[in-house]
Design a protein around this ligand. Structure first.
Ligand SMILES: *Cc1c(COP(=O)(O)O)cnc(C)c1O
Length: 252
C-alpha cells in the first residue's frame, strides 16, 4: 500500500486514528471501542511492538499457537489481555481457560459447558480466584456462509426457529456459574466493498438489542465485529471490539 506506515507504532497510531474518526462520525465515544490486535502467525518480537505502542488487547485464534506467546508475555510481566477469537475444540477447553482472558468464539452450548467445567475445576484447585468467571461472547453466524462457525441464525432475529434454539441455549449458558456472557461476535463474509458487510453487522446489533430485551439479566455490552477491511463500518453499527491484524502487522 503506498504511503502505508513502515513502523508498527505508526500503524497503531493510524488504526487508532481511523477508530477515532469512525466513532466520531457515528456519534460514539471512541473509548467505547477496544482495539484487539490480532497477532496470529506473528512472533513475540513483533507483538511487543504493538504492546509498546499501548495496545493491551491481543487476539489469537489457536490455543496451541497462543500458548507459547502467552507464556513469553507472562515472563516479561507485560499486563496484556488475551482474546481467543478462533474456533475452540472442547478437548482444548482446559488449556484455553488457563490462557485466555475472554473467549469470543463460543459457538455451542456444549463448548460453553466444557469451559464452565474447566473454570470451576481451576477454582477448586486454586489456579483461579474464588468466584472468578470467564467472560465469553457468543459467536453468531447471521450471514449464512456454510464455512462459518457460530450459532446458526441466518437472517438474524427474524429467524424464528433459530431464535428459539439460541434462546434455549442462552438460558442454559447464563446459568453456568463459571462463565459470564458479555455479548456477541460475528465474522462478516469476505467482500470487496466493506459496505457489503454492513447488513451482517447491523443484524448482530439488532440481535443484541433483542437479547437485551428478552434476557435482561445479562449485560449484552460487547459486540465483537469488524476486521482490517471493514472495522469502520462495524464501528458505525456499534462494534465495541474490533479485531485487527493486517492493518497492524501487514499481510500474513
Ligand atoms: C485473523 C482474524 C482477524 C483479523 O483479520 P485481519 O483481516 O488481519 O484484520 C479477525 N478475526 C478473526 C476471527 C480472525 O481469525
Amino acid at each position: 500500500m503506498p504511503g502505508y506506515p513502515e513502523t508498527i507504532a505508526d500503524r497503531v497510531a493510524l488504526v487508532r486514528d481511523r477508530i477515532e474518526r469512525a466513532a466520531r462520525h457515528a456519534g460514539r465515544d471512541s473509548a467505547s471501542v477496544t482495539l484487539v490486535a490480532v497477532t496470529k502467525t506473528h512472533p513475540p518480537v513483533l507483538i511487543e511492538e504493538v504492546v509498546a505502542a499501548g495496545v493491551v488487547d491481543l487476539g489469537e485464534n489457536r490455543v496451541q499457537e497462543a500458548a507459547t506467546k502467552v507464556e513469553t508475555f507472562r515472563q516479561t510481566g507485560h499486563a496484556v489481555r488475551w482474546h481467543l477469537i478462533g474456533h475452540l475444540q472442547r478437548n482444548k477447553a482446559r488449556v484455553a481457560v488457563g490462557l485466555f482472558d475472554i473467549v469470543h468464539s463460543v459457538d455451542s452450548l456444549r463448548l460453553a459447558e466444557a469451559l464452565d467445567r474447566q473454570v470451576r475445576e481451576a477454582v477448586l484447585s486454586a489456579e483461579r480466584a474464588p468466584d472468578s468467571r470467564l467472560p465469553i461472547l457468543l459467536q453468531i453466524n447471521v450471514s449464512g456462509e456454510a464455512s462459518k462457525e457460530g450459532f446458526a441464525l441466518l437472517g438474524g432475529c427474524a429467524n424464528k426457529s433459530g431464535m428459539e434454539a439460541l434462546l434455549g441455549a442462552i438460558e442454559r449458558m447464563v446459568a453456568l456459574p463459571g462463565l459470564e456472557v458479555r455479548g456477541l461476535m460475528t465474522i462478516a463474509p469476505l467482500v470487496d466493498d466493506p459496505e457489503l458487510a454492513r447488513p451482517t453487522f447491523r443484524m448482530l446489533r439488532e440481535l443484541r438489542d433483542e437479547l437485551a430485551r428478552q434476557v435482561p439479566t445479562v449485560h449484552w455490552n460487547e459486540l465483537s465485529m469488524g476486521m482490517t477491511d471493514d472495522f469502520e463500518v462495524a464501528i458505525s453499527e456499534g462494534a465495541t471490539l474490533v479485531r485487527v491484524g493486517r492493518a497492524l502487522f501487514g499481510e500474513r
